[in-house]
Design a protein around this ligand. Structure first.
Ligand code: ATP
Length: 489
């Protein structure tokens, strides 16, 4: 075993912009994420996942799906359509209330979320030790949020507090206006409002409308859950931060139907389970994760927490856990005229179940994992960039590297690669110095490299090199398959 001298350089010591720029460039260069339709200048907040990105995204989704469905005998999955009967969105409240309050700066023509400007202002007052002022503005803000004339109330706070645009310092404000986040399109031949359909802004409604279908077809008994992974669309006006806020993104949602009165207990259980998933299954360090309890609740919720991650640009939400009450099923009962009650076969009780929802963003989690994994070290005096992905989500699980391309060494390496590739994504790389090849694999987070060298020809062993420590040890070639299987968790 060779012991490499490794010094870890803390990437957190670098400025957030620098870290993000490095990540964006690595993601493109190595085929994780590209700007969408780049040859035409791209499209704001839209991105494409490349060969490694799509593999890693699939790994994240598979892990979530397995945890939720295989890990719970009372949770089943569905895959509902993106476009739904438009009345769904009237019932859910999205047509009337899925709005963001926007304000424009007349000089710079930039647009901002009015609520975010106020929230950030309150936070700044707190940071500056002006707790009384923070409390005063926070009270106004709460009142304004509940007021009939929310736009005017938000505007008045922004003017009275002399809140400025965070990026330009300008404050030549327009009035506040509500902006609906749903994308509308037309179905059928007529371009009038009779054909208006929406791209779903959340996957949850596909689950609610299928409550009875799933319950009946699978003989589910409350409490039970329905899980779904799928695209959602939001016409987000404030964009930025790479894939953090996109207009087309993927959600991983689970709605858990419970008997009224038991929702608090279910909420606590799911809150814990979801937090543990990030630390235990994905290996994200606990100190980068934070809880945030919502004071201002969405129209459907009676309790809501976010799991937030410490991104280089700030601590931001990656998953919401919401107690959605019986709001959605009741609304669908009213708008569809169909009974949404559940009848308990044992007690004959009838009720509309309450719902605890866990709603994670796949793309945001992808970004969190990129940020969490990014590491710069010095190994044996040479700098390297390494992605410390857990083996479960790393896109490439191993690389086979022959010291020489040709002859018996090349043949043995090809054979090993073909065997391993039957079960895992394994790369074969014979180009350049061995050091360069290790760096290439480190940069995409490949946990193991198997090197076929002169000794392989005599002893039928290869070296296995561990990404994080760069340590190497010898392993019999016929044990490599089992080694890999056992180490991909
Ligand atoms: P935010 O306050 O950041 O807009 P949200 O509270 O509206 O998020 P939810 O409606 O709770 O988000 O959606 C659940 C999850 O979906 C979020 O935790 C996030 O991970 C993801 N998500 C929501 N909007 C976007 C988006 N525009 N781009 C990428 N992911 C998103």
């Amino acid at each position: 075993m060779s012991n490499s001298d490794t010094t870890r350089v803390q990437s957190v010591a670098q400025s957030p912009e620098k870290v993000m720029n490095k990540l964006v460039s690595l993601a493109k260069r190595r085929g994780f994420i590209y700007p969408s339709s780049e040859i035409y200048g791209g499209l704001s907040s839209c991105f494409d996942y490349g060969p490694l990105g799509s593999e890693m995204k699939k790994n994240i989704k598979d892990l979530w799906w397995t945890t939720m469905t295989r890990g719970h005998s009372n949770i089943v999955g569905i895959d509902a359509s993106i476009m739904m009967n438009p009345t769904v969105w009237e019932a859910s409240g999205h047509v009337s209330s899925f709005n963001d309050p926007m304000i424009d700066d007349k000089t710079t023509k930039r647009r901002y979320r009015a609520d975010h400007l106020i929230e950030n202002h309150i936070e700044k007052l707190r940071r500056d030790g002006r707790d009384d002022d923070a409390h005063r503005v926070s009270t106004y803000y709460e009142r304004a949020s509940d007021s009939e004339n929310q736009n005017k109330a938000f505007y008045d706070i922004i003017i009275a507090e002399e809140i400025k645009a965070p990026d330009t310092g300008s404050s030549d404000w327009t009035e506040v206006r509500q902006f609906n986040l749903m994308f509308q399109c037309n179905m059928g031949a007529l371009a009038d409002s009779s054909g208006t359909v929406y791209l779903r802004p959340e996957t949850a409604q596909g689950i609610f409308v299928n409550f009875h279908n799933v319950r009946e077809s699978n003989r589910m008994k409350v409490p039970f859950g329905i899980a779904q992974i799928g695209k959602a669309f939001r016409n987000e006006i404030v964009k930025g931060n790479f894939i953090f806020r996109m207009v087309e993104f993927e959600q991983m949602e689970m709605q858990y139907f419970v008997k009224p009165g038991t929702q608090e207990e279910a909420f606590e259980t799911w809150r814990q389970k979801r937090f543990d998933w990030y630390t235990e299954s994905l290996g994200i360090s606990r100190d980068k994760l934070h809880w945030y309890r919502h004071d201002k609740l969405a129209h459907y919720a009676d309790l809501a927490y976010d799991i937030k991650f410490a991104f280089p640009f700030g601590v931001e939400e990656i998953e919401g856990i919401h107690s959605r009450t019986d709001f959605d099923l009741k609304q669908h009962q009213e708008f569809s005229g169909k009974n949404m009650e559940y009848i308990d076969q044992v007690t004959n009780e009838r009720y509309i179940p309450y719902v605890v929802e866990t709603s994670a963003g796949c793309d945001r989690l992808f970004l969190a994992l990129l940020c969490d994994a990014y590491t710069e070290d010095v190994i044996d005096g040479e700098e390297r960039v390494m992605m410390r992905f857990s083996s479960a989500i790393a896109p490439v699980k191993a690389a086979v590297l022959p010291l020489m391309k040709k002859g018996e060494m090349g043949e043995k390496a090809s054979q090993l690669h073909n065997d391993l590739a039957k079960k895992h994504l394994v790369q074969y790389d014979a180009a350049g110095s061995i050091g360069k090849r290790y760096r290439r694999q480190d940069e995409i987070g490949t946990p193991f490299c198997f090197t076929v060298d002169h000794e392989t020809l005599d002893t039928d062993t290869v070296t296995v090199r561990y990404r994080d420590s760069a340590k190497q040890e010898r392993l019999a070639i016929d044990r490599v398959q089992d080694f890999l299987q056992g180490n991909i968790v």
